[in-house]
Design a protein around this ligand. Structure first.
Ligand code: N01
Length: 529
């Protein structure tokens, strides 16, 4: 029956598209529900100026189809939003996935009814399924700060994750950007190039590495295509799902000039590869100090005004303990005469007025356009807004009142037959997302096929979930990651959100091994009945 497939998948981004394809390939009936009026997920919504992926194009893509790998041509080292969206649209067409999705269909609630999930949509449709898979992304629930007076603003305001499809023309206008995470750092140089004036409201200074984006030459692209088997092997064996081999050089044992030369070479190569060039940067405070100091020196040598440079210099967290942005001319942008920086940690935003932003000191910043690059209610937010209720009508919001808890990031005790692609407690946002997504999709598809073949329901046991929570904490504590007090990894960016380190920091390869062992042992962490 059309509204009662075996599986409903929520979301049509990288995860949802592949989940539907994989289950269909196993002969399992499946239907996808997507709130947007197109496929693409993150890349459908995030159309802000400068939106571009920080992973390189040749590996920010699916690995499941050798033909797809060979036929798609990336044009730049880092793919822009429009190119990734075209790629996902191509995937939807090439694998004939659109017929299995309902677009413009927002899930308003999903409840376990004892033997099936009952899913209601905002449009009044009802779906039921035995197994429910969430493919809602980790960063899809926009975090718009609750600033008094926003409704009175006479200009226009936008969150970067809900950017208007027709674009926003900032030519000759006074623009304000709140937020200097990966998104703000990408958008600020592009907005500055056309705005009359750009004011950046910075709460936490951030480290950033130059991306060194460039067109992908025909020979580079051909080289990657020829090498895919080896590239994928490195990704599978890696900590972050990137095809980089982490350096084995003991940077602290090097003389100062050689260490600096090593940092400099990595800086010139740019991008997320910088991190892989410095062994132990996330575990050894002394290595991190050296690296952080190198990056601070780059800010000082790039930004002309020493006071502005100092405000831009991060001192409250070690490098890479917050997700490290990569940029094109970010720090250089502060040398433009039409750009000013406001330190809102020193002088917080008090209100948005009819004319702009007012700070606690009383200073006013008149604006025509206000951009919130203020991030997301990460990992748990997209799941909580689905209105999920498990056994005995228990709401996910209540089950997670003390913080998100899962088993392997794949399922939640008390929520039978619910599987969460890249859920809290999985490596997800600490990795190259398509790599983590494919691993989850394939693992979930195998489990669903097993359950269907044996007519079983499954949910994580509370014991397995508690053990996993301990392990997620231990894995984070073995690194410097928890030292960034303002990190969204900890939920610190959303007022009132419980502080739990959300992603699994133990590494992608190790995690994949644990998931494989769970399946090989017959899913001992799940109650099967
Ligand atoms: O969000 P963020 P993002 N008043 O949370 C500030 C991925 N991504 O959208 O640090 C003033 O990192 C906040 O300040 P603080 C990537 O994983 C990927 O930039 O909380 N400021 C911070 O500066 C990334 O990490 C790509 O003190 C406020 C900023 O807003 C993740 O998405 C590209 C505030 C938010 O930074 C999220 O990045 C872009 C307030 N009330 C993003 N509230 C790729 O290329 C928040 N801030 C793949």
């Amino acid at each position: 029956m059309r509204n009662d497939p075996d599986v409903v998948v929520i979301g049509a981004g990288f995860a949802g598209l592949y989940m539907v394809h994989r289950l269909r390939g196993l002969g399992i009936s499946v239907h996808g529900l997507e709130a947007a009026d197109g496929v693409g997920g993150t890349w459908f919504w995030n159309r802000y100026p400068g939106a571009r992926c920080d992973s390189e194009s040749y590996y920010y893509c699916y690995a499941f189809s050798r033909e797809l790998e060979q036929e798609w041509d990336w044009t730049e080292r880092y793919p822009g939003q429009a190119e990734i969206l075209s790629y996902l649209e191509h995937v939807a067409d090439r694998f004939d996935l659109r017929r299995s999705f309902s677009l413009s269909t927002t899930v308003s609630s999903a409840s376990w009814g004892g033997d099936r999930w009952v899913i209601d949509t905002e449009g009044g449709e009802r779906w039921t399924c035995r197994w429910l898979v969430t493919a809602v992304g980790c960063l899809s629930s926009a975090n718009v700060p609750d600033i008094p007076g926003l409704a009175s603003f006479a200009g226009e305001w936008h969150h970067t994750g809900q950017w208007p499809h027709e674009g926003v023309d900032v030519t000759g206008r006074r623009v304000g950007v709140v937020g200097t995470g990966s998104t703000g750092i990408q958008a600020i140089p592009v907005l500055a190039a056309s705005a009359a004036h750009l004011t950046v409201f910075q709460r936490t200074a951030n480290f950033s590495i130059p991306a060194r984006n460039a067109p992908l030459s025909t020979s580079e692209a051909a080289g990657y295509k020829a090498d895919y088997a080896a590239i994928r092997e490195v990704q599978q064996a890696s900590t972050n799902g990137h095809p980089f081999v982490v350096s084995d050089v003991d940077t602290l044992a090097l003389p100062d000039d050689e260490r600096r030369a090593l940092f400099q070479r990595a800086w010139e190569r740019g991008g997320l590869r910088f991190r892989a060039a410095v062994r132990d940067v996330l575990t050894d405070p002394a290595v991190n100090d050296e690296t952080s100091e190198f990056l601070r020196s780059k800010i000082r040598s790039t930004v002309d005004d020493p006071e502005v440079a100092e405000t831009l210099t991060p001192r409250d967290h070690p490098f890479a303990t917050k997700r490290p942005p990569i940029d094109t001319d970010y720090f250089e942008t502060y040398n433009r005469p039409n750009v000013s920086l406001v330190d809102v940690r020193a002088d917080p935003i008090e209100a948005v007025t009819r004319d702009g932003v007012r700070l606690a000191s009383g200073a006013e910043h008149p604006l025509d356009v206000l951009v919130f690059a203020t991030g997301f209610d990460a990992l748990s937010g997209p799941l909580l807004r689905l209105g999920l209720r498990g056994r005995d009508g228990v709401a996910l919001a209540d089950a997670w009142a003390e913080g998100a808890a899962t088993y392997l990031g794949l399922g939640v005790a008390g929520f039978p037959n619910l599987f969460t692609i890249t859920g809290p407690g999985s490596p997800s946002v600490l990795t190259n997302m398509p790599t983590s997504i494919e691993q989850h999709v394939e693992w979930i598809a195998d489990l669903v096929a097993h359950l269907r073949a044996h007519d079983l329901d499954a949910e994580p046991t509370p014991e397995a979930q508690a053990r996993w929570a301990d392990h997620v904490r231990e894995a984070a504590d073995a690194t410097l990651l928890p030292q960034a007090a303002s990190s969204w990894y900890l939920g610190a960016n959303v007022p009132g959100k419980p502080r739990v380190f959300l992603p699994y920091a133990g590494g992608f390869a190790r995690y994949r091994g644990m998931c494989d062992a769970e399946a090989a042992a017959g899913y001992p962490g799940f109650a099967l009945r």
